[in-house]
Design a protein around this ligand. Sequence first.
Ligand code: NAG
Ligand code: NAG
Ligand code: NAG
Ligand code: NAG
Ligand code: NAG
Ligand code: NAG
Length: 763
Amino acid sequence: MKIILLLLVILPSDFMITAAQSWMRSGYWFSGTKFPISDINSGLFTHLICAFGDINSITYDLNLSSSDQKDFSVFSTTVKQKNPSVITLLSIGGGTSNYTVYSTMVSQPSYRKSFIDSSVNLARSYGFDGLDFSWPSASSAADATNIGLLFDEWKSAIESESQNKNNSQLFLTMAAPYSQYILNATLPVDSIRKNLDWVHVSAYDYHTPSSNPDQTGSPAALYDPESNQNTDFGITSWISGGLPPEKIVLGLPFYGYAWTLKDPKNNGIGAPANGSAFTPDGDMTYKAIKDYIRRYNAVSSYNSTYVMSYCSVQSTWIGFDAVQVIKAKVSYAKQKNLLGYVVWQVPNDDNWELSQAAAEQDEKRQKGKKHILLKVLLPVVSGTTTIVLVYTLWRMKRRLFTQPGLKEENQVERRPLAYLNAIESNDSHFLQVFSFDEIRAATNEFSEENKLGEGGYGPVYKGKLQNGQEVAVKRLSETSKQGREEFKTEVLLTARLQHINLLRVLGYCTEMEEKILIYEYMPNKSLDFYIYDPVNRLSLDWEKRVQIITGVTQGLLYLQEYSRITVIHRDLKASNILLDHQMKPKIADFGIAKIFQKDILEANTDRVVGTYGYIPPEYIRGGIYSTKSDVFSFGVLLLQIISGKKSSCYYGQDSNLNLLQYAYELWRNDKGQEFLDETLNDANSSFKLMTCLHIALQCVQEDPKDRPTMLEISYMLRNETTAMKQPKRPAFSITKDGDTEKSSASSGTGLVDTATITTLVPR
Ligand SMILES: *[C@@H]1O[C@H](CO)[C@@H](O)[C@H](O)[C@H]1NC(C)=O
Ligand SMILES: *[C@@H]1O[C@H](CO)[C@@H](O)[C@H](O)[C@H]1NC(C)=O
Ligand SMILES: *[C@@H]1O[C@H](CO)[C@@H](O)[C@H](O)[C@H]1NC(C)=O
Ligand SMILES: *[C@@H]1O[C@H](CO)[C@@H](O)[C@H](O)[C@H]1NC(C)=O
Ligand SMILES: *[C@@H]1O[C@H](CO)[C@@H](O)[C@H](O)[C@H]1NC(C)=O
Ligand SMILES: *[C@@H]1O[C@H](CO)[C@@H](O)[C@H](O)[C@H]1NC(C)=O
């Protein structure tokens, strides 16, 4: 222990930040509340965030209203009077901002520069220790890319400012939505990881009276057996998406939502409701909720399945985070090795009850030696870490109980996250219903020259809608046994699976016994067009292939782990990996398997669909499939991407080895290099070809149980596991280890790459 302490004292402060890993207890203060800054109990926090600055729509400078200027300029000095080591940040953005302006700002280098320079200057002149960017609703791919650029430039401006002025660096953080998957365009995780000190995850506003008026629900559940809208899902998605836990700060809502019950006697979670109570949004600060409970002597209940509290008085029902919930969430954040928590917002708390509970939960776990260590370190580490975003609730209390006069000014507020969730829960509305005539016109009567290919489920045509939009049209063949309504239900379900690496369904048509799906059109064809072709392969260097591998991994991870339903693709192959204009991959035909047949997770099926060469042995032999079947196909795909070799050919000296055996033999004899596509060079990449070969061989093992999960694969690809298992001999090998090699053709799986087959296999 002494040694550690000594080291920490001697080490430069930057290193100490990572070494000490001090726990962050942070909170937002929102100026709209008019809560006096001097009343903040800053001793309960390590970090406090002053919200919100905005962007001037003409100059793109950071811009504060004149009343905010007065408050913000003294924020740091005021909160540091009670707690000199508290770190302060200025947050920019938040609920009332006009995000069109943000979108424009990030799109132009000169606007970004104005914004960055003015933000750094203002933070310094007001004595803030850092800047927080609170624009959670960026949703176009262009915005996401531009935000990445903004962070690159912002960080480098902060670095050079600190060098020039001989100051410690400003912290740079952002507020992010609860889950990586909430938006069309996922945020630029690489840039975030590289440039930001941490991220405030807004883990709330899942079910609200606006998004779910018909049923009471959990506004900020830690877990939810029925939906992905919960904190655990969101945090896990960020971590698996590449954001390290030590950069994640968990948002805690010091507020709840009130619904109006249809029947006061039916008052559980999920009870029938008729919209909000009290206000249009139904939001209430914790203070207001406590007042209400006191006034009506209400009893609040705790539900440990969701980890939430609720209470009801006659037809009013309120879901919120009480002390017990806050404690459970802080423990969760600790257990997941997150950086800490951030509350929205500090003044919402009744007599510091929640802030204290959160802080104590933290201390309890730090008892003993660690506690002493922290006490010694905390003052030293003060230049360190923390904090977040969302939106505001104070108005409730004021409107209802104290100052009705404030109402007007509150109406300008908007709550970006609640809005996004509402979109998400109504996402089927994106889906268009097309008439058969429209489709016929778009594809020029399903003409041959518009035909893009013939998939396993029917032909695909290129089409052009009347508004000029290019689409791909898949006309499902007759074999589907489903009726129209069933088909529609399945399509709607599939359409809710939205991920940047899945091909988006735009709409469908069920007129005249047709079952037609309309997809977005991908200009750059599919992966098979490149990797097997001696010329085309040159346009896919290793960097681009890494982008494809990670994209496909994310798409599969979403289908298997994070979507509302588990989807097994069953026909994953190079020709089903489509490439967009930036050569980013999108998995096509996911969900079609589901549309064709409803099966449970691991099931026997009397029809084998899929493509030989990609399908695993248990599927061919017994028709058994599971998520591990897709892992097998993923392994084959990975082998093809790194080698440019097809699975329909035989390899080796005697040309008697299939692709899997060939890869395995070379790898086993330390000749893996010979297997690889010689045009690829991984010298400047953190992704290594040999690691991919090793992972691929693990995926194609005979026994599904030996194959890794997609989650494990995504960790291995990023080199986050130290020891990787040695793969066993791949499936479809006739020989056992030690035998001499023979052809595997007798297994009857000639590993034909080209055609998708539909075979009958007796049960
Ligand atoms: C902030 O921006 C508004 C317009 O967007 C402008 O009227 C106001 O003068 C600006 N304030 C400052 C301090 O730049
Ligand atoms: C947001 O800003 C854009 C561009 O300055 C402007 O055209 C638009 O009217 C603004 N929207 C609102 C709601 O103020
Ligand atoms: C998602 O993208 C589609 C098409 O690019 C767009 O129409 C839709 O508005 C986007 N959704 C959100 C929530 O931004
Ligand atoms: C930078 O600041 C440190 C103390 O904060 C001081 O010791 C050092 O001399 C300064 N360097 C320059 C170049 O001013
Ligand atoms: C929590 O509420 C849900 C929905 O009402 C219910 O199904 C579940 O049993 C409750 N959990 C506990 C532990 O009471
Ligand atoms: C639901 O509330 C609306 C007004 O907000 C009211 O008109 C309607 O009658 C209510 N419905 C029921 C079933 O109580």
